[in-house]
Design a protein around this ligand. Structure first.
Ligand SMILES: Cc1cc2nc3c(=O)[nH]c(=O)nc-3n(C[C@H](O)[C@H](O)[C@H](O)COP(=O)(O)OP(=O)(O)OC[C@H]3O[C@@H](n4cnc5c(N)ncnc54)[C@H](O)[C@@H]3O)c2cc1C
Length: 310
């Protein structure tokens, strides 16, 4: 089959791009190396329950009208739900304040469900790691317009002489901590941790998913992740100690799991909506004003519209 567009990368930006092209009548396929699409919207089943390892939540934002429409549809179908506008913030001494901000959204079935929903009806090949990309070619085959919907350092691995500036990305290790019962305040929701060497954010996974499971997902600082990139399990002990100290939890967790994100977030966003040159384009969360789920969706959607129009 001849394809008009091949999207390499089955995260939310790649699927947003593919859907627009498909909806405009183009022949599009998506290739992703993971077992299932999702990318950094990753939910992994641990002890029989999906746990969010990547994005903690998403915000709709005022300047993403297309994304707002998609989110309204997800809400109507029970795929996403408003979670909370209030988190705690801990300072270096462990003092806690409550901070209200924009509504943060979460998913009852895990964040991967957002991407799986976008993938419905799209030709997706999972479990294939693309090795080489050139304009109009993927692994030596005709591919139509090629879209690399992934962090730039990952794109650089497969394209010789990639025509965009190199970007710096920060690492994060996500640590899942499960207790025998819920041992923290019901209204915690989540907590920003400032000036801790190991922990940057704590999310109450049972609260955001709505099933009340006694599970926290803790994101490390970039510095702690860098120290433990070769040994992610090594960060578990200091993360457990900091989490117990901050939340006043006396018991040890009954299960732990660490997941490494080498390219978790770009150090700076490009400000451009996407990159396009004939036969080779890039989109994703670094393409926009600030890296986030909504930025990734908007980047893929905008690139898909541009490709469909041409
Ligand atoms: C720990 C963490 C916390 C976060 N917290 C938040 C948050 O609270 N709020 C928020 O809005 N955002 C958050 N984010 C960011 C959010 O997850 C991303 O902005 C968004 O998911 C990026 O989507 P994407 O499609 O651009 O890239 P990705 O999701 O990274 O998709 C890229 C895809 O490309 C695939 N791929 C790479 N190389 C190849 C190859 N050679 N062949 C085939 N496939 C390949 C990968 O498997 C992946 O599926 C967080 C991210 C992390 C990691």
């Amino acid at each position: 089959m001849t394809v008009d567009v091949t999207v390499v990368g089955g995260g939310i930006s790649g699927l947003a791009c593919a859907r627009v092209v498909r909806d405009a009548g183009g022949a599009v396929r998506v290739i992703d190396r993971g077992r299932r699409p999702g990318g950094r919207l990753a939910s992994r089943t641990l002890d029989g329950r999906a746990v969010d390892l990547g994005a903690s939540y998403f915000v709709v934002g005022d300047d993403h009208a297309g994304f707002a429409r998609v989110v309204a549809d997800w809400e109507a179908r029970g795929i996403a739900r408003p979670w909370t506008d209030t988190f705690s913030a801990f300072d270096a001494d462990g003092a806690e304040t409550r901070k209200t901000g924009p509504m943060r959204w979460a998913t009852p079935s895990g964040s991967r469900s957002l991407v799986l929903d976008l993938a419905d009806g799209v030709d997706v090949e999972s479990g294939r790691e693309v090795e080489s990309v050139a304009p109009f070619r993927v692994d030596g085959e005709d591919a139509g317009e090629v879209v690399l919907a992934m962090p730039e350092p990952q794109a650089r691995r497969v394209v010789d002489g990639i025509p965009v500036a190199s970007q710096e990305w920060e690492a994060v290790i996500a640590v899942v901590l499960r207790w025998d019962e819920r041992r923290w305040p019901a209204d915690l929701h989540g907590a920003f941790v400032n000036d801790d060497p190991d922990v940057s954010f704590i999310a109450d996974d049972g609260d955001r998913r709505g099933d009340g499971a006694p599970v926290l997902v803790v994101h490390t600082t970039g510095a702690a992740a860098r120290r433990h990139l070769g040994d992610p399990d090594g960060v578990v002990a200091p993360v457990v100690a900091a989490t117990r100290r901050l939340l006043g939890i006396e018991a040890e967790p009954v299960a732990t799991f660490a997941h490494r994100w080498t390219f978790a977030r770009p150090a700076a966003a490009t400000g451009e909506p996407f990159f396009h040159s004939p036969g080779l384009s890039l989109c994703g969360d670094a393409w926009g004003a600030s890296a986030a789920v909504r930025t990734a969706w908007s980047s893929g959607d905008a690139l898909g519209r541009a490709l469909a129009a041409s």
